[in-house]
Design a protein around this ligand. Structure first.
Ligand code: MRU
Length: 354
């Protein structure tokens, strides 16, 4: 992968950067210690960057893939101006195979494919680029809207718990759950954020803490196993998380550990909010059992920071997402509104109301 340092201040909304007709992905594997980008030149390098976690977070993966389609179209058109379409189909497949759980990836590729079907001009690149930029900008606008809606549910000042990273780094900017937290903090409704460190990739410790400290929002990291004890200690009114895919009945797939948080929250009378754009809702998945859960290499659990920590000979189970049943969710917040106590009928009404 081609690492580059750009002469610009690095901010959380630069996870995916299209600049001077090039695609740069902020290398989130290295944050917060190093602020460098990976330059992607085609579908294969974009897919490899997604798989390797250079860019991660459901909406950011979708946005990166949309620009990946632009890169692929540019390459294929340059190679064969008359017969580029079949090769581009191969590229779409490569992008779609990068990670399985975040439905925003497939949603973004489907949008690009739908546009492609309508393109009759010789060069598809300008129209595809306009579509990728629209997907990117729409995500940022959706997050701002979700921030306002989600914040309206929070009576504060209070402390909240969040999991993984759902901020600008995981999206087109502002964030989903972290967008709600940003908006609620700006309104004085949230005073402290307890962030799970989020083993094994430590998205909470490395990324969420980086974003919140930069914004001046008080953040305390916890080992993932500390969350239930923190709820028992009092002062937490909401757990706020994002999602990689929400099924038609309201079951929510999100970073491994989310399900346990929801169980603990219900036990302690803490409310549980999921903030996700409608591009994360998969009405084709009847319930959580239909959501493919990514399993990643055992080494991610057996090591920490590249150092082996587990006893020699130990194996590991490394599913990187889990499914929280809809009946443990108090509210799903999308850019269209709030679904309280989500179920199949409420999801259908919400999605049908487009
Ligand atoms: O494995 P990751 O880092 O891509 O997982 C990300 C999450 O689980 C986020 O909570 C989810 O994508 C929602 S982010 C807006």
């Amino acid at each position: 992968m081609k690492e580059v340092t750009l002469d610009i201040p690095v901010t959380a909304d630069l996870a995916v950067l299209w600049r001077d007709d090039r695609l740069y992905l902020l290398d989130q594997r290295l944050l917060p210690r190093r602020e460098v980008f990976i330059e992607c030149s085609d579908a294969a390098t974009t897919a490899a960057a997604i798989r390797a976690m250079v860019v991660r977070g459901a909406p950011a993966i979708g946005i990166a893939a949309a620009y990946g389609v632009v890169l692929a179209a540019r390459q294929r058109f340059a190679q064969d101006a008359a017969g580029w379409r079949p090769a581009l189909e191969d590229d779409l497949r490569v992008l779609a195979e990068s990670r399985p759980t975040a439905v925003n990836l497939f949603w973004a590729i489907a949008r690009m494919r739908e546009l492609l079907a309508t393109l009759h001009e010789a060069n598809p690149v300008p129209a595809l680029l306009a579509e990728a930029v629209a997907i990117h900008q729409r995500d940022l606008a959706d997050n701002r809207r979700m921030g306002e809606l989600g914040a309206s549910l929070i009576t504060g000042p209070t402390a909240v718990i969040t999991h993984c990273n759902t901020g600008g780094l995981a999206t087109g900017g502002w964030g989903t759950a972290l967008g709600v937290i940003r908006s609620a903090h700006a309104q004085g409704r949230i005073d402290t954020v307890y962030a799970d460190e989020t083993r094994p990739w430590l998205q909470g410790a490395r990324l969420t803490a980086w974003e919140l400290v930069r914004d001046g929002i008080p953040v305390k990291l916890m080992a993932d196993g500390a969350a239930a004890a923190r709820m028992a200690a009092g002062g937490i009114s909401w757990v706020i998380v994002g999602s990689d895919r929400i099924a038609a009945n309201g079951d929510v797939a999100n970073k491994i550990g989310t399900y346990g948080l929801a169980v603990a929250a219900r036990y302690h009378g803490v409310r549980f909010m999921v903030a996700a754009p409608t591009s994360t809702i998969d009405m084709g998945a009847a319930d959580g059992r239909a959501i493919p859960i990514e399993e990643r290499p055992a080494e991610e659990v057996l090591q920490c920071g590249g150092q082996r920590i587990a006893a020699d000979g130990a194996g590991a189970w490394n599913p990187v997402f889990d499914v929280t049943p809809a009946n443990l969710v108090d509210a799903i917040v999308t850019e269209r509104g709030i679904i309280e106590r989500p179920d199949r009928a409420r999801l259908a009404a919400h999605m049908g109301a487009a």
